[in-house]
Design a binder for this molecule. Sequence first.
Ligand SMILES: *Cc1c(COP(=O)(O)O)cnc(C)c1O
Length: 225
Amino acid sequence: MTLAARLSAIDTRIADAARRAGRRPEGITRIVVTKFHPASLVRELHTLGVTQVGENRQQELTAKREELDELDLTWHFIGQAQSNKAGAIRRAADVVHSVDRVKIADSLHRAAVDDRLLDVLLQVNLTDDPGRGGATVTEVDALAEHVLGLDTLRLRGVMAVAPLDEEPASAFARLHEVAARVRALEPDASWISAGMTGDFEAAIDAGATHLRIGSAITGPRPDRG
Ligand SMILES: *Cc1c(COP(=O)(O)O)cnc(C)c1O
């Protein structure tokens, strides 16, 4: 299958899943995760109409954004955010999905260089393993309150990766509850970033507004760790 065929097959599945869930497909944003793939692939996706792309490493994000600066693309940073990279992340990303602690929120806030707001999502850890990225379900409210106090960040919602050892539907149902609590604090924080190649239909069922789909569209990632 060509890239165009894979993209359109995924879009058909997204639209079908949305309709089955009684949702409008237009209410769902499909982010194509291009990590480990060259900038030329992002360029090709752009010619196919893709406008939302995701990267999980700051250096790769920075390099691709520089190389493709003339293209009208929205860059989503979906990887673990390190405080010492906050300035570079802020310069290269339009949306940061992985704010999971006060320290990274503060670093992103301090890295502001103009009055442009940075859209951020709070990453929620849906596993029992504290070593995985994300704030715990109980930490999220306090983190949301903190972010709402930082006037260079715009809180847009929550993000999570489904655990490997649980049905995605039940994990995403927990995320949906957390999302409702965050939305109660800030009505504009209505985004739910959830769903990857293996579980995006379950995520759509559970109200995901932003899907992060990589390999089903791009093909297997080149072997780079
Ligand atoms: C790589 C990645 C994805 C996309 O994964 P696929 O299984 O290739 O669709 C989504 N979210 C995050 C956080 C990722 O790192």
